[in-house]
Structure formats: structure tokens, C-alpha cells
Design a protein. Sequence first.
Length: 383
Amino acid sequence: MAEHDSFGVYLHVPFCATRCGYCDFNTYTPTEVASSHAEYLDAIERELELAAARTAAERGERTPPRADTVFVGGGTPSLLGAEGLSRLLGAVRDTFGLAPNAEVTTESNPESTSPGYFAGLREADFTRVSLGMQSASTPVLKVLDRTHTPGRAVAAAREALAAGFDHVNLDMIYGTPTETDDDVRATLDAILSTGVDHVSAYSLIVEDGTAMARKVRRGELPAPEEEVYARRYELIAQTLEAAGFGWYEVSNWSKPGGECRHNLLYWRDGQWWGAGPGAHSYIGRERFANVKRPERYADILRGGELPIRFTETVTDAEHHDEQVMLGLRLKEGIPAGWVGEGARGVVDKHVRGGLLTAGERIAVTDAGRLLADGIVTDILAAE
């Protein structure tokens, strides 16, 4: 069972103005898709109506679970504008409904935001904004194929705060080929100058099939090195924590009360419905995903059916492994009872090595954060 009972709704916006070289998400530029924003909004409203009816029926109740959290991701949700995003949130409110004090987040690209955009989001009752900054270095942004300038991300964060958002996140990526330690320091300085209460820092993963992977394979860009990742992570952690940010998940830091509740729902084994092309859901012990192409997605919904392309049942063993894997990425860790007797020796070994703490709960230490994935592998292999 999950430790925390909560329900979320994820809304996937598949549109991007351009494609970043490192991205392998289900996104489409204007030349790659014929579906319009209006057709997408019509279709996602239909999906939410069908989804709410299905979840209510599966619960044996007249109404579906109300959303404790809503997260609009992409893609580039800000391309829909505040009006389009307000319509999305309205569809959630009209179908699932929102719990009191629900967290409502949208990702946004700094280049497609403005003071008026943020004001419109606040008027629509969005409570949180996540902005993709990635780096304060123009050369690094060029390697990533990002179109915004470093200064625009900083300005956008300040505009969001000025519009009345208490919770604003800036995403950064570290380990980009050609990046230096000074580039990372400059990015952190820029972030801290804004007054945001949340920072996500992700190591660059060169995904197969991306433009960046092809450049690395051809020798046009150097491959990332694990030692560099480790050094950069330590620099980020030390800088943010000295500035009053606390880590609550291996890649996420916040000021007190600024944690992203929607992402915590994922890590704490919560349930969610994912709406939109390619979106994934997890209801009960069923994991399922929608068709990816926006045109096909809309066609199926016009026919009155949910656009689900595959479904799988999560076994007890798989569920256990996922609970341990995700829970040990959190500072709060997991209940000690989740770890089988066969792995007690492994846990004790990592406690002696200073990588885990153990008692009623098992959690990674500050030193163990960088090795969290390996620690999980050791524990699961020993069970």
C-alpha cells in the first residue's frame, strides 16, 4: 500500500516551437503534426470526461477521486497561452474536481511567457510554475538547442513571482558537453538571484535517437563523464543548501513548504490519470498509456473511446521494487518493513559505510545521494 493516499491529474501538451537536441519526449513541432491547439483541447476535454466516468465506476462510486494535484507538462504548455491553460484546468475542475488547496502546476518555456501570461495563470487559479532554465551559459544552451537566452529565464521567474506565485521552480541541466564548473556556478548564481523557492537539477542523459546522441557518436561532442557528473552534483548541492534550500529528492531542492506535491505523489506511490497524447496513468495496479500521435489521439476520442494503446498489470514483486526504488530517492526514505530480511545485511553494510541511515525508516544520507541507484540495486538483488 502507498504511504500517502493522494490522486493527481497529469496533462500532456505535445507541442513545441522547436525540438531540443537532447529531448526524447513525445513532442511535435508545427511541421511534424497537423493537429491544431483547438483540436487538442477539444480532445483532452473528451478524455477527461471519459476518464472521470471510468475511475468513478472502478471505485464503485458516483464520483471520481478529486485531484489533489494537477500538473501540465510537455512539450511546451505555455504555447497554449494562459487562456488555453485555463481551459485545461477548467476541464479538470468540471470532471474530476479539485480538492481544497489543490496544487496546480504548469511547465513553461521562458520565451513563451510574459507578465500578462503569469497574471492570467494566477487568475485561473494555477498555484505553481516550473520554468526551464537549463543553464545561464549561452554556449551551453546552444549545445542543448535551447532557443531562450539566459537572461529571459531569470526575468520570467521574477515576473511569475511578481504576479503572485508563491511557488516557482527553475530547472537546470548539468553535465552538458562543453560545460565548465564556472558555467554551473553562474547558473546557480542566476537562480539564487531570482528568489524562487524550488530548484530541480538533472544530469544530462544522452538518449538514443536524439540529435545529441548522433553528435556524440560522430565525435562532434564529447561523451559525458561520470566523474564530472559527481563533481557538478556536489557543487550544486553545496551551493543550494548553503543558500537555505533543502533537498527532499535526489534531484530536487526547495525552501520550506516549496516541495512539488505532484512529483511527491509519483515518488510516494500515489495514483494519477495522465491525459493527452502519450500520457501515462497509474490507477489501482494498472499502468497504461495513450497513443502518441495527436491526430490519432483526437480521432479515437471523437469515436467516444479512451485512446489507450497499452495496459499492464503491476505485479506484487514489481510494485515492491518500484516502492523501494522511488522511495529511497527521497530524503524521508522508506519504512524499514519494506526491505526483506535477505537484504538486512546489505542495509547494515551501507549504514556502516555512511551511505544509509536505518531505524524505523531507511534513507540515504547526504553522502549516499549520488549512489542511490546503486544502493537500490544492491538491496533488491539481495532480497
